[in-house]
Ligand binder design. Structure first.
Ligand code: HEC
Ligand code: HEC
Ligand code: HEC
Length: 425
């Protein structure tokens, strides 16, 4: 078994170049890259059922469906090759989909785009219906105020709210085509837009809609000119991002938030723990794959990860002996943002994708910790599991933590590690 494990490990670490030789090289390269970089989330078959599915929200796209959010094609149409390669290169803000720009380029990018297309029969049966983007209307006071009228006329407020924040009691509760809860974008935070935040990006999104989600296409509802005005209005809705605010602006901004998160960091922490997947991983499952509510956040879920062996999630409740009760705030922060366990050992960058948490703001980190501390203690001692294959495990650590070879994750999009910058969510 040991030898087989090491063999598998060596195979996964082989330089990509080996696969570029021989016939059918293009297809083989695409498949290999997909298995290495994408299957973890999108599943071996591309059906969205990868290992990480269930831990992340929004969930990975089912690529066999051929239904795409980010396109420059008519609503209902399949995307163009450059739409797909743009998504792969830039990632999708506000989701776990990483920006692969530095790691997948040139021939590799072409091969993986073709492989992604081969996953859905729609690409064989249909042709892309590209939209034509006419001349942009420059932003001006007049254009913006026209845009505001169109916003009301088209009832964008039903989903995005009167003020564009998508919050409030009047805003519709929404589901995507898979009947999963989905939130309309906060239009005052354009850096969270999935398809880009320039007026042209927004114009395109208004024409194409975002298939698979409730965001409709507004093609031919109003004139092209009016859609540009609307896009200019959306751009004008942007508030200043926190990381560009002066100290005075920050204090005004945060006191305005008082009614919400600031007033209740524990609520904010709970929200983060749920949306960032902490609960799903740090709670054990019973034989019927049901989460064991009585052990919520008490750890004990087992991840068997190929040659690297078994990794068990830790107890995050406030229990002093078996949980985080005796850990300092600093230790917990190091674990969440740098992958350093309370006992000082370093974690692999998976299954817990801590590099993606490195960009959490101080406020969010403290809220998370406040919430963890508020969880009643549950005694659940997590054994130190023997590594199936210590050599493979240590090599993986060396490869990923010291050589920093990207195995699964690139730098998550929007993650600059700037402490003032909010996490994309
Ligand atoms: C860490 C998890 C993760 C990995 C790894 C990952 N993706 Fe994704 N991907 C996602 C998520 C989540 C979404 C859905 C985002 C959304 O719906 O807003 C997504 C969406 C997509 C989409 C659909 C975009 C659209 O317009 O709807 C494509 C195409 C895609 N990924 C390709 C890839 C490829 C190719 C790779 C490997 C190079 C990859 N992904 C690796 C998480 C991942
Ligand atoms: C029925 C509900 C609904 C209506 C009506 C609606 N939207 Fe949306 N919109 C959404 C949802 C849901 C998303 C987020 C989709 C996602 O993140 O996958 C979204 C996303 C967006 C985005 C972000 C695009 C991106 O790249 O991420 C913009 C901009 C936007 N909507 C503008 C508008 C404007 C302007 C109108 C009115 C013309 C409008 N929406 C009407 C539901 C709606
Ligand atoms: C995909 C599964 C997964 C997700 C999501 C996840 N974790 Fe973890 N976490 C783990 C695993 C597995 C370990 C143990 C790693 C090891 O022992 O090498 C761990 C370890 C930790 C530790 C170290 C505890 C100790 O005793 O050393 C902390 C703290 C932690 N996680 C907090 C969080 C928080 C907070 C979140 C959400 C923001 C989160 N985790 C999300 C799987 C996950």
């Amino acid at each position: 078994m040991q030898i087989l494990n090491i063999l598998i490990l060596i195979l996964t670490l082989l330089p990509i170049k080996l696969f570029t030789e021989g016939s059918g090289e293009h297809d083989a390269l695409g498949r290999k890259l997909f298995e290495l970089k994408c299957a973890y989330c999108h599943g071996e078959k591309g059906d969205g059922m990868g290992l990480a599915q269930g831990f992340i929200d929004p969930q990975p796209t089912d690529l066999t469906s051929g239904v795409y959010k980010i396109r420059t094609t008519e609503t209902g149409s399949i995307p163009t090759d450059s739409d797909i390669s743009r998504t792969i290169t830039k990632g999708i803000h506000g989701s776990a989909m990483p920006a692969w720009a530095p790691f997948i380029t040139g021939d590799s990018l072409g091969a993986i785009v073709d492989y992604v297309k081969s996953l859905s029969s729609r690409f064989k049966e249909e042709t892309t219906q590209k939209i034509i983007v006419g001349r942009a209307i420059a932003s001006s006071e007049r254009s913006i105020s026209n845009g505001r009228k169109i916003y009301n006329e088209l009832e964008c407020y039903d989903c995005h709210g009167e003020d564009g924040t998508s919050k409030g009691d009047d805003v519709f509760e929404l589901e995507d085509d898979m009947e999963r809860e989905i939130k309309a974008a906060n239009l005052t935070e354009p850096w969270t837009f999935k398809g880009g935040s320039a007026s042209k990006d927004i114009y395109i999104r208004l024409v194409t809609g975002m298939n698979g989600t409730p965001m409709p296409s507004y093609d031919e509802t109003v004139s092209e000119r009016q859609l540009w005005d609307l896009a200019n209005y959306v751009v004008a809705l942007a508030r200043k991002p926190v990381w560009e605010m002066s100290a005075d602006e920050l204090s005004v901004f945060y006191s305005a938030l008082e009614g919400e998160a600031i007033a209740d960091p524990i609520e904010r922490g709970k929200y983060l723990v749920e949306t960032l997947g902490c609960v799903h991983c740090h709670t054990p499952f019973d034989k019927n794959e049901m989460m064991m509510k009585e052990f919520e956040m008490a750890g004990g879920a087992l991840f068997s990860i190929g040659p690297w062996g078994d990794i068990v999630t830790r107890n995050l409740t406030s229990d002093k002996e078996t949980g985080l009760g005796n850990a300092t705030d600093e230790q917990i922060k190091e674990a969440i943002t740098r992958g350093i366990k309370i006992n000082g050992e370093r974690m692999l960058p998976f299954p817990m994708g801590w590099p993606a948490y490195a960009g959490l703001s101080d406020y969010d980190l403290n809220a998370l910790i406040d919430y963890l501390r508020s969880i009643p203690p549950i005694y659940n001692k997590i054994p130190d599991v023997k590594k199936k294959n210590p050599i493979a495990y240590l090599w993986a650590k060396f490869d990923m933590l010291i050589l920093k070879n990207p195995m699964l994750f690139g730098e998550p999009p929007g993650n600059s590690g700037d402490p003032n910058k909010p996490a994309d969510m």
